[in-house]
Design a protein around this ligand. Structure first.
Ligand code: ADP
Length: 294
């Protein structure tokens, strides 16, 4: 039985005092209960993050299938061309060599795409990579390229040069950016075709932080309560889960950053996040301009 034993003398006298024994069983039990529910909470959070990631990937599966099909088709075409060159009389060895080189390249590209997807879906524990944010964003844009094209969205990037590296879990942070991009695409799918513009910006934020902004010209946010969006299960979509933004905020905050939403001018929404930079490191140029999405 856990107990607390205490004793004290009265007013400096040595011949009188008191002693007590407090039974701590209840307190220990309560503490254990709290610890247990904390453990369950963090497990649940991990599960939710996983569900959300898998759902995001579900939404993107069409685009991924397209991404992987293209290099596989290129692999088959090039291999057929190589056979054709070898079967010729006399065999065209130079042509076959070239076609086989292209086959290897296309095969590697399929493997790269699948590797990236596996990393996103895997329930890997959060890691602390040194991360170059512009590169991570460009990968997210590449992953959503098909959605972007199918929804007639035009994507602009303004990625600042010389940004410091940040420290964090690449997969989780890319999940945040993917969510923001997918939300923006969904918001834009409701507006006129010519006006479906999505801008992704990066820059420095004070003090020692990097800023990422995803801004669209969609219908925008409810001005009365923009914080609503970040509540779990808040959704305005018929098939939405309403978990995306609350998980995004949890991920960003677990990296020591902030995620918030404001109105875009003249219309639409801007989601901005800051992430503390890893000290004393900077990288060079990030590309700027119109993304070749078609
Ligand atoms: P879900 O996408 O499943 O609804 P989220 O948590 O990602 O869940 O988003 C919650 C809600 O926030 C959405 O249902 C939508 O109403 C709103 N929202 C999110 N992104 C945007 C945006 N770019 N423009 C307008 N509303 C948005």
């Amino acid at each position: 039985m856990p107990v607390l034993v205490g004793a004290a003398t009265f007013g400096g006298r040595h011949d009188q005092g008191m002693a007590f024994v407090v039974d701590l069983t209840e307190r220990k039990r309560a503490q254990e209960k709290i610890r247990e529910s904390e453990r369950r909470y963090s497990k649940l959070q991990m599960e939710l993050a996983h569900v959300n990631r898998v759902t995001t990937m579900g939404e993107l599966s069409v685009s991924i299938a397209h991404e992987v099909m293209q290099p596989i088709a290129a692999t088959v075409n090039n291999a057929q061309a190589a056979l054709h060159f070898l079967n010729a009389q006399p065999p065209n060895l130079e042509g076959a060599r070239e076609a086989l080189g292209a086959t290897v390249k296309a095969g590697n590209r399929s493997a790269d795409i699948i590797g990236r997807i596996r990393a996103l879906v895997k329930k890997a524990p959060p890691s602390k990579d040194a991360l170059e944010i512009n590169g991570a964003i460009l990968e997210c844009i590449a992953l959503t390229r098909c959605e972007i094209v199918n929804n007639g969205v035009s994507v602009q990037t303004q990625l600042a040069e010389g940004l410091p590296l940040i420290q964090g879990d690449r997969v989780q942070l890319q999940q945040v950016i993917l969510n923001l991009i997918v939300n923006a695409i969904e918001a834009l799918s409701g507006v006129d075709e010519g006006a479906r513009e999505l801008l992704i910006r990066t820059g420095k934020a004070e003090p020692d932080a990097v800023l990422v902004a995803v801004q669209d010209c969609g219908p925008g946010l409810d001005p009365a309560n923009p914080e609503h969006l970040f509540e779990a299960f808040h959704t305005t979509k018929p098939d939405g889960m309403g978990m995306g933004l609350s998980i995004c905020r949890a991920i960003v905050e677990s990296h020591g950053g902030r995620l918030w939403a404001t109105a875009n001018e003249p219309r639409g929404a801007v989601f901005q996040l800051t992430l503390p930079s890893k000290r004393d490191e900077a990288v060079t140029a990030g590309p700027t301009g119109q993304m070749p999405v078609a």
